[in-house]
Unconditional design. Sequence first.
Length: 513
Amino acid sequence: MKLGPRVAIVTTLLMAGALACAIWAVLVVLRADQVRKLDGEAHAMADALAAGIEPLTPDEAGTLLPARVASANARLGQFRLETIAWGTQRPNNFWAGLVDQASRLDAPVGQLFEPAGMPLFYAMAIPLHSAQPGAPDRQTSAFLGLVCDSSFITAEVMGTGWRLLPSLVLGILAFGLLLYLTLRRRVVNPLRRLIEAIDAVAQGDLTRAVLPGRDDEIGSLAGRFNNMMDYLRVAREKEARATAARQAMEMHLRRAEKLATVGQVAAEIAHEVGTPLNVIGGRARTLAKRPDDPAEVQKNATIITEQVERITKIIRQVLDASRKSRPCLTQVDVTRVVREALGFVEELVKRQHIEVRVRAAQELQPIPGDPDEIQQVCLNIVMNAIHAMKDGGNLTIDLEQVVRRKEGLALSPPSPYLMLQVSDTGPGIPVADRDKIFEPFFTTKDPGQGSGLGLAVSKGIVKDHEGWIEVDDAPRGGAVLRVFLPVGSAAERPQAEGDTPAPVVENAGPSGR
Ligand SMILES: Nc1ncnc2c1ncn2[C@@H]1O[C@H](COP(=O)(O)OP(=O)(O)OP(=O)(O)O)[C@@H](O)[C@H]1O
Ligand SMILES: [Mg+2]
């Protein structure tokens, strides 16, 4: 049951109980008043009777009283008078108690009787004396009994109770309804608005301000919520600015790395082209010296043609490489990309006695991305692993599909990612270095061996693909780097909890081929 109806019902029931107790107390007081009034009337009547009959000697009691009682009964209305004791005549059991009290007090004593199954009645014992008060020979000569049917008191009390009942029920219902409406307006609706605002925050909407201007507890809760929204908004803007700056920096770094690569390529070209150019120059000079020897001319012309073809090939390769550097978004078969990358390092792997295994899950979906950039990430991580295993070891690459929640986005739903995991048996990455290795120019390699840009650039590329990289210890020592890349568009991704790795099949070979 919801809060509003629950609080309204509980409070109304408590209220009904309290009102019922109050009405019961009113009825008790009403009954006591009625009894007091009846007692007063009986005492007044007893005084009048005593004044009319006294003095009455014990001898007169037997003879005079019956007639007096009979004539009084004719005028007493609801009261009934009887002689209950005189001379040696003792009162019966019913009157004995009242007579005892009346003789002890030497005054009329009355009491209300409520016998089981019989109507309520009032009885009073009235002592009669033989002389006026103060006379030395004054003594009690007889007792009169005054009886009155008092069932009218019960009727009056019950009648009042029944008259109050409808107002009580109506009052309680009206109170309950009013309470419910007030609770709904003042508590339930504001809380609902707060919950809607919290849901909106979960959806990423930080623009809502709720219940401004309320000065009670709900108002201060809403105020705290609004402050938190302001704080989150500012933090989000700050983070967006920092992210933009970081992206600019990463782009800058990638450009710097490309420039470095261009410099390296230029040196390579100079070296590669220099040799055939020397050969061409030498052969051309020989041709110029011996133009009359056809065999020599043909031989040198053939060599010059071969060298020109070699230069053409080198230039074509450079052109191909430069064309590839343009980002090309397509559906990428990561297993193929990984195997191609491993092909590039095949010689190095053999030289360092490293055993390579590729374990790719069956039916891996292609992912959206740039195959060259993904290959660059794979090569950077694999090269690091190879460099970490100078004296040989095992390099294992696992490819599988997992369902994960993107790191740092606790509220976003889990979605499918392709996980590229590279494990080696090198010395591993110290915990203290794990945050630093993604920083540009962080390297533990000797000068000239590493620029410290490989992982910084890889992180940028993976981030452009809306993925992330994790670092871990390998179970048997060494390092594990896991690259997570989203599978399909956000709209296509199923929503599920936790990791559900796809089945993994062994697909091994010295270089994964
Ligand atoms: N598999 C690994 N085992 C041990 N240390 C590693 C591993 N991968 C990375 N590192 C550490 O991370 C550092 C940074 O790596 P990163 O690829 O960014 O730069 P680099 O390899 O030093 O230089 P570059 O890649 O630019 O030639 C490395 O110098 C190394 O200390
Ligand atoms: Mg590296």
